[in-house]
Ligand binder design. Structure first.
Ligand code: NAP
Length: 497
């Protein structure tokens, strides 16, 4: 049995009903970052039931918007108060550098501030039906009980994209973080309590998705499932939720192109900046980013020089423990995940891609106990290779080459996914043409990787459906209701008898 209970159900903190626990491993050195209660299927069902009761009988759905917004702002204040402790938990669980974790907590704060403001300015829509005695209006109501399932790469950030709009809308919810990275979400739910979230509004279960998944997503008491994770899991969840016609939004993987035209690198300065952006776009967080620019699509005339410069800088990236300020990127999230990445590197070699740099674990004995992997670049890749078409979710960049704009667009769109893409060109007209032609949910022109809480995030194609962030990210948690109020009703007069 663990010390403090980690499951929050109906406002009460409890241990798992069978006393089960799981150790969360720090991927930097293999040590135990924390031991947490692991929910059973019964616990998951109890959490859904508690969320249902809080929605049907509780006060949160009808709490005035101004009070809900104030609570979100209080959460933002507490996040900043606890920024350092939350960042340390995030680094211990994921391995990412402390600098990245601090940015994550600032971003989580911005999400709460944004939805506090947005929900406060939403208004009903009056509809003129051409009859002065009829008041017709469309109002927004909370969708109900939500199941929120997050991945391990940005544990608290991805969860905040769900919890903040769900709270703003007046929903109740069950949150399930990844079994690999539960620690920051547990601390965060304590913080929500402190901010004044009523009992039962936010319930928390951690544990294996494979075990708890169906109990959460297939429960008829659930009105909406918001999931972020891999394609295979997204398919399963969509199938299970379909049984009760439960609404589902899935944010899935990506295989994101970064297209570099020669004119974007025609001076020493612009060349270096293009290299810098491609490098950061793919190797940040050791490539464990859904929107990582893992496919470099570069104009043939500069390709050799560009790849050589990339390789030189990739070899200098300081891979190390995220707690060490000198580290520029941390380990992969687990041994199992590194195995998967290593298998992709072996596959790339066997498919005939040219390994330019990396392709191995670091040799530094100080890193031997962690799941580190060196930034890796494959040149001479093409679309017949699985290394180019499948999401590796590791520090692997593949290089394809093009000779004209049409080919660049064709390659950029030649993917089942459609989450994000980057375009670099100094020709503004071409830039606009290409970004409009790309079938991806976010496209950066002469930049890469940035997002804001105020703009929608989501994918085309198999990168998912639905949107997070922005007004659409709040609308996911709201039902639209049309109210027709006739202030002076008359007989319909249709049936004469
Ligand atoms: P995953 O294996 O699909 O897991 C995601 C979450 O789903 C975890 O909490 C997992 O629990 C849970 N889960 C697993 N099986 C389930 C089931 N049958 N029913 C319900 N839940 C289930 O993905 P991951 O490896 O954690 O994350 C990496 C993936 O997320 C990548 O593909 C990445 O591109 C994607 N991602 C997408 C975005 C985006 O915005 N589009 C953002 C971040 C990440 P367990 O951990 O217990 O298995």
């Amino acid at each position: 049995m663990n010390g403090e209970p980690d499951l929050c159900i109906g406002g009460a903190w409890r241990h798992a009903s069978d006393g089960g626990t799981r150790s969360s491993i720090n991927p930097a050195d293999g040590s135990v970052a924390g031991v947490v209660d692991e929910a059973t299927v019964e616990d998951a069902r109890a959490a859904v039931a508690a969320a249902r009761t809080a929605f049907d009988d509780g006060t949160w759905p009808s709490t005035p918007v101004i009070e809900r917004a104030a609570l979100l702002d209080r959460v933002a204040d507490l996040l900043q108060r606890d920024k350092e402790s939350l960042s340390l938990l995030e680094t211990a669980d994921t391995g990412k550098t402390l600098a990245e974790s601090r940015i994550d907590i600032d971003d989580v704060t911005s999400v709460f501030r944004y939805y506090a403001k947005l929900v406060g300015v939403q208004s009903d829509r009056l509809v003129d039906v051409g009859d002065a005695s009829v008041v017709s209006r469309v109002v927004r109501e909370p969708i109900g009980v939500c199941v929120l399932i997050a991945p391990w790469n940005y544990p608290l950030l991805q969860m905040s994209w769900k919890i903040a709009p769900a709270l703003a809308a007046g929903c109740t919810m069950v949150a399930k973080p990844s079994e690999v990275t539960p620690l920051s979400t547990i601390a965060f739910v304590h913080l929500l309590e402190e901010a004044g979230v009523p009992p039962g509004v936010v319930n928390l279960v951690q544990g294996s998705g494979a075990v708890l998944g169906d109990a959460l997503t297939g429960d008829p008491a659930v009105d909406f499932v918001s999931f972020t994770g891999g394609l295979a899991t997204g398919r399963t969840i969509s199938r299970v939720a379909a049984e009760h016609v439960t609404k589902v939004a899935v944010e899935l993987g990506g295989k994101n192109p970064h297209i570099v035209f020669a004119d974007a690198a025609d001076s020493a300065e612009s060349f270096d900046m293009a290299v810098d952006h491609v490098l950061t776009g793919v190797f940040l967080h050791s490539g464990q980013v859904c929107s990582a620019g893992t496919r470099l699509i570069v104009e043939e005339s500069i390709a050799d020089d560009f790849v050589a410069a990339l390789a030189e800088r990739a070899a200098k990236i300081r891979v190390g423990n995220g707690m060490d300020p000198a580290s520029e990127t941390g380990p992969l999230v687990s041994e199992q995940h590194r195995d998967k990445v290593e298998a992709y590197v072996a596959l790339g070699i066997s498919e005939g891609a040219k390994l330019v740099v990396g392709g191995e674990r670091p040799s530094d004995p100080a890193l031997a106990d962690g799941s580190y992997y060196l930034p890796t670049i494959f040149d001479r890749c093409d679309r017949t290779m699985r290394i180019v078409t499948e999401e590796t979710f590791g520090p692997i960049l593949t290089v394809e080459r093009f000779t004209d704009e049409a080919e660049a667009i064709r390659l950029g769109n030649d993917t089942d996914y459609g989450l994000a893409a980057g375009v670099r060109t100094s020709d503004a007209a071409r830039g606009e043409r290409v970004v409009r032609a790309l079938r991806h949910g976010t496209v950066w022109l002469n930049d890469f990787g940035y997002y804001t809480a105020a703009a929608e995030w989501g994918g085309f194609g198999k990168s998912g459906n639905g949107r997070e962030l922005g007004p659409a990210g709040l609308a996911e948690y709201q039902e639209m209701k049309h109210i027709w109020h006739n202030t002076a009703p008359m007989p319909a007069g249709w049936f004469k008898g």
